[in-house]
Design a protein around this ligand. Structure first.
Ligand code: ADP
Length: 260
């Protein structure tokens, strides 16, 4: 743009350039901070099971492998911690790929009702172990055609149902429901478990956030399940919300595009 005042023009242009650069630099600083925090979290999370394995192995060495029963118990505990490490690494890999945009969404048309039934079958063993009843109403016995990445929505459902079991109460129920919206399907996963305190609700989708650190860590999980869920849905331009009452239970609801 040209005025009668070239010096003023240059000054305006330089100011504009500086403003844009500052925004860029602030964004880079934010990303750097984010990366540092992520790495810090990761090493913290990996340390716990790793030190546990180290501890059990050292104890075995010290005991001279004489007490068979104790040895078996230490080995089984070490093995559980190694499982935890593998799970953590798998989830860290998933989330870093999702966060860097490296993951492709392979859209296709599929039957969501069939997928939900598949997930419930897969989770039945875990649910039985926790004495939790899984419900998906018979009225959904017809196909629900959606357009999304089937494997990734499978992961979303597994993570949500798995949480509803982990944080459920023995004798309780997890129920899945689907609702037709205009051009989307709304999926709800509801449990009557321990629920989430209101103050924690806005943070449950953050990576490594746990409402009760020690308890949630004992129950298992990487602390990344809901962050992965949120990223997958965002990559589909869809959303997830949560409502919950402490002591009564929680509902996680997400949307998915209907197939045309
Ligand atoms: P985690 O591996 O710890 O389960 P998630 O990312 O899946 O990690 O969940 C984050 C936290 O949110 C959990 O540690 C737990 O405190 C809380 N949470 C998730 N789902 C539920 C649920 N259905 N009921 C109660 N609390 C839940």
């Amino acid at each position: 743009y040209v005025t009668d005042d070239p010096i003023n023009d240059v000054e305006t242009e330089v100011k504009e350039w500086a403003r844009v650069k500052k925004i860029e630099i602030d964004e880079l600083k934010k990303q750097e901070q984010f990366r540092k925090e992520f790495l810090g979290n990761i090493s913290h999370e990996l340390k716990t099971p790793l030190f546990a394995v180290q501890g059990y192995i050292e104890a075995l060495q010290d005991e001279g492998l004489e007490d068979n029963e104790m040895n078996r118990s230490f080995l089984s505990k070490a093995s559980k911690n190694i499982d935890r490490l593998s799970l953590l690494i798998k989830d860290i890999d998933a989330i870093s790929k999702l966060e860097s945009g490296e993951i492709q969404i392979n859209y296709k048309k599929f039957d969501l009702s069939a997928l939900i039934k598949e997930v419930l079958e897969q989770m039945e063993f875990k649910a039985n172990k926790h004495n939790i009843h899984l419900i998906f109403k018979e009225k959904y016995n017809f196909p629900t055609w959606v357009y999304a990445d089937r494997d990734k929505i499978h992961q979303v459902l597994i993570n949500l149902v798995s949480n509803s079991i982990k944080y459920g109460k023995a004798g309780g129920t997890t129920s899945l429901k689907i609702f037709e919206l205009h051009d989307q399907i709304l999926v709800e996963v509801t449990d009557d478990g321990i629920g989430i305190e209101e103050k924690h609700l806005p943070r449950v989708f953050e990576r490594f956030f746990r409402t009760d650190k020690s308890r949630s860590r004992q129950i298992g999980g990487s602390g990344l399940g809901l962050a992965i869920v949120k990223h997958i849905l965002e990559a589909h331009q869809q959303t997830i919300t949560v409502r919950s009452t402490e002591g009564l239970g929680s509902t996680f609801a997400f949307t998915i595009s209907k197939a045309k």
